[in-house]
Design a binder for this molecule. Sequence first.
Ligand code: DP6
Length: 325
Amino acid sequence: MSYLTATSIACPNIAFIKYWGNCEPEARIPANGSISMNLGGLHTRTQVTFDSGLASDQLVLDGRPASGPTLHRVSAFLDVVRHIADLALFAQVVSANNFPTGAGIASSASGFAALALAASRAAGLELDEYELSRLARRGSGSACRSVPGGFVEWEVDGCDPDSGAVSIAAAEHWPLGDCVAIVNRGHKPIGSTEGHAIAYTSPIQAARVADAPRRLEICRRAILQRDFDALADAMELDSNLMHAVMMTSTPRLFYWESPTAAVMRAVVDWRKSGLPICYTIDAGPNVHVICLSDKIAEVSERLRRISGVEEVLTAHTGGPASFIL
Ligand code: DP6
């Protein structure tokens, strides 16, 4: 019997400029570029072991054996790695998150970033950061942004099949916080993959995509210059645009709940009164409230007092995915 094993760790990320809709769905080539921040303090840890004694791939997720579509997605990703490495062994994957599922934090980003590192190394590949980012993208688009550290841009150049993400500033450049106001822990009825597939049924998706380079430029510059007001404007506009596309798709996707809107309104009011703070919302009802890292405690406390907010989860600007020896 032969074993090939490796372990890695990766943070989830929150997109400031969102990925929504694909130019090429199979290879997850996005319709527009995106920019995100890694969420330090939260992570997925994954061990991959290719083992000649296995008759199929196996997955243990948060301590429980997984099957069905979850195992199938991981197995399809391992097929990509096996193809590149010219390897014919099945693998055991043991993966665990240190953050709760259903908390409005996409575990697919940290999950496939960690899996890309561990699986490629266990298969004997030595990939550089950009190659690992491109590989992670094949499992989940946003996972490519969890490979590099800090503030990360997923660049697109037309429908480039080599699309991957790069760090535009290290975590230490600008310590920010993400206070996630959890208004519903339940599983979302329609996930991102299905949402991407119907993005272009919205009459406004083309306009959203066409304007993306302008928003990316504003966001990139705001990060580099640590200009919170400019970041807040670009981030809220981008989140609102993505949700406008979702709400006008066929079938319609409406993720917001009443407390979602209450948090958005409170954030805008608090910013007007001088607190540097802004919101962004992914494919779910929970609200990511971005602030300066020294305001995390105050912002969390304020959010907890809003009716309908069940819990507040916090994170700070995080580093790159890495191997654990
Ligand atoms: C709303 O990366 O989860 O969070 O590639 O199908 O796994 P798949 O989609 P995914 O989409 C993320 C959508 C988003 C915005 C973002 O993170 O950019």
